[in-house]
Design a protein around this ligand. Structure first.
Ligand SMILES: C[S@@+](CC[C@H](N)C(=O)[O-])C[C@H]1O[C@@H](n2cnc3c(N)ncnc32)[C@H](O)[C@@H]1O
Length: 275
């Protein structure tokens, strides 16, 4: 038997898992690792959940540095439609693009909480002078540029929210590494977390630890910037995570997805299969 034949399904991004059944058996296999899946696996599961065609609500992402791509937006919103969360927490509001997707694709009872640093204009003013080449090659400079852009522009994608959506959104302004999860009533009270804040190892580890406490054992964590050409520490961290559990990723995207507890069972449940 060759080494490749012994690999779990989806280990090679060039041969992603193509069906919901393939995904279910990947979890039955039980071995940890990154499992690459085609986006249609998520879309099939979403369709199977609803009687009518599923309206994903997505507007075009900015082509500038710092947000997510259209493929990532489609996968992220499909996941929200599958999980039907009661509370979503986001690390890294930036201009509010992904936050706006969460609001537009979750139910009217779903609370959305997002954290970003707020005003860092004075401390990071120097980041305004970085060249495009620097931003595309230097992890730290890229992060400081995002922090400054967020402080200068604010959450512009959230400007025209309907009143109902505004009422279920909470924007926190602080360093995520100092968040008091318990004090905020978020411990075990969140079922969908998007980790897309600072990209250094210390921040990812801290945000992930808080994300786990928010889930309390059941729910979904989506990390952004896995396999990024710039933010290598996210890839390093996620490689460590994938040695403990199955982490899903869609080739061509920088999303990494962890399904935990009941949410994993629900997502793999037969009721979610087409037919
Ligand atoms: C890549 S952007 C988020 C993009 C956004 N999720 C989207 O897709 O539209 C990262 C954001 O994380 C914020 N950030 C970085 N370090 C942070 C920290 N320690 N605490 C809170 N926010 C942080 C930055 O200010 C920046 O706005």
């Amino acid at each position: 038997m060759t080494a490749r034949a012994q690999e779990p399904a989806g280990a090679d991004p060039a041969r992603p898992i193509e069906t919901p059944e393939g995904l279910a058996s990947r979890f039955e296999d039980g071995r940890p690792g990154v499992a690459y899946i085609k986006p249609k696996v998520l879309f099939l599961k979403t369709e199977a959940l609803y009687d009518a065609p599923v309206p994903l609500s997505i507007h075009l992402p900015s082509s500038g540095i710092g947000s997510i791509s259209l493929l990532e937006a489609a996968c992220l919103t499909a996941l929200v439609r599958i999980v039907r969360p009661r509370r979503i927490f986001e690390f890294g509001t930036f201009l509010g693009y992904s936050t706006s997707l969460f609001l537009a694709n979750s139910g009217p009872g779903c609370q959305v909480v997002s954290v970003d640093l707020g005003d860092v204009t004075e401390s990071l003013a120097g980041a305004a002078g970085y060249s495009d080449a620097e931003l595309r090659s230097d992890d730290r400079k890229n992060d400081d540029h995002l922090r400054l852009t967020q402080a200068r522009m604010g959450p512009l994608y959230l400007r025209d929210l309907a009143e109902d959506d505004r009422a279920r959104l909470t924007l926190l302004h602080q360093d995520s590494r100092t968040l008091d999860i318990k004090g905020l009533g978020l411990e075990g009270a969140v079922d969908f977390v998007f980790v897309d804040g600072g990209h250094d190892l210390e921040t990812i580890a801290s945000d992930t630890e808080r994300a786990r406490r928010m889930l309390g054992g059941s729910g979904v964590i989506v990390w952004h910037d896995f396999n990024s050409g710039i933010h290598g520490e996210v890839t390093r961290y996620m490689t460590g995570e994938s040695q403990k559990d199955v982490i899903l990723s869609v080739p061509g995207s920088m999303l990494a997805v962890g399904l935990y507890g009941e949410a994993r069972e629900t997502a793999l449940n037969a009721a979610f299969r087409p037919g």
